[in-house]
Design a protein around this ligand. Sequence first.
Ligand code: NDP
Ligand code: MG
Length: 396
Amino acid sequence: MGAGYRMKRVSIFGATGSIGQNTIDLIRRDRAAFDVIALTGGRNIDQLAADAIALGADVAVTAHDDLLDDLRAALSGSGVQAAAGTQALIEAGSRPADWVMSAIVGAAGLRPGLAALEQGATLALANKESLVTAGPLMLQTARRHDARILPVDSEHSAIFQALAGEEADAVSRVIITASGGAFRDWPLEDLARATPEQAATHPNWDMGQRITIDSASMFNKALELIEAREFFGFTPDQIEVVIHPESMIHALVGFCDGGLMAHVGPPDMRHAIGYALYWPKRQALPIDILDLAAIGQFTFRPPDLRRYPALRLAREVMQTRGLLGAVFNGAKERALDHFIAGRIGFCDMCDVVDEVLTRLSARDGLIDAEITLDTVAKADHLARVCADEVAQKRAG
Ligand code: NDP
Ligand code: MG
């Protein structure tokens, strides 16, 4: 270590999840470079405590107040502090750190991420819901505090990498790829009977349960379209989706001179996480080398809107913006809860979200209100209540 070397202080939100564990894997491989400040999790106390102890974190936080005693017990004698609850998550975001991974699933990731931006940290953003529900607030907060947001969603990391060194006004289009999810080859008429277990099997990526089901319905791609609109500022008609079953090309950026830059790599999130972790440098990462000749071909097909109606709803949200993103996400999260609980069918999820968008768009002043934490929370809440009503009606 040379003079002036300083360890990078890192915190990981959603440390016990799929992205969190991949982040920890990279940090363990380069232990001397990182000083771990805070790790947060939800119900998986054993994993949270084990990682916090192994990495020598200052504090471990569970989102659930009722699990504080369990966390304390699991950490006893280790010197790692224990904390619990929503406020403790936000406080963990405020602890000085250079780099913070935002990998809580769902709208719950918004406030801890904002707290990290407010203290000027670089926010590695896996939690796409933050940009979908409150994109302008995230970007404003980053600007105001001289903080940076680095995309971790693989498609957005790919776009970010393809844009490096390019002038923004030279970009003519971006193409986001989609695997097509678990049901891409199912007969359309069978989709209504698909079970949560069937939907939670991804053909290429190993991810958390919720995002995997969202891949089957393409609600994940819908969120990603909105995420691309909010983060990069592309207009809706500049952003395209193509089905690419191999999941090797993550996104392509098209320029005004007709050139198209594709980002290619195996479906391993440690690439996008590692890119954000070491940015602006590139670092050797444990990613398989692609043997293109052995792969033989990359294939593409257009997304069928009858199979993936969520893409149509995403277009509506991208056009309208405002608080419609928070409504869309809140309704989607509840529709997914109801599907996982077996109360509604797979295709009902989109119908529920569609009806919530219609009903709440008609409410005076709701969608056009300024985007603040309070208005986002209100729109999110109304969307969840409305989604519950609509889902209950469909469940019959
Ligand atoms: P997981 O379900 O695997 O992990 C979610 C994490 O969030 C866990 O640590 C979980 O804790 C915690 N958590 C769950 N609910 C809450 C809550 N209400 N408050 C605080 N923490 C909570 O999700 P993924 O890692 O798959 O996804 C995380 C985020 O990254 C999502 O926004 C997803 O869209 C995005 N993303 C994920 C990708 C992937 O490859 N997995 C790819 C691109 C984006 P516990 O498990 O202990 O209960
Ligand atoms: Mg993605």
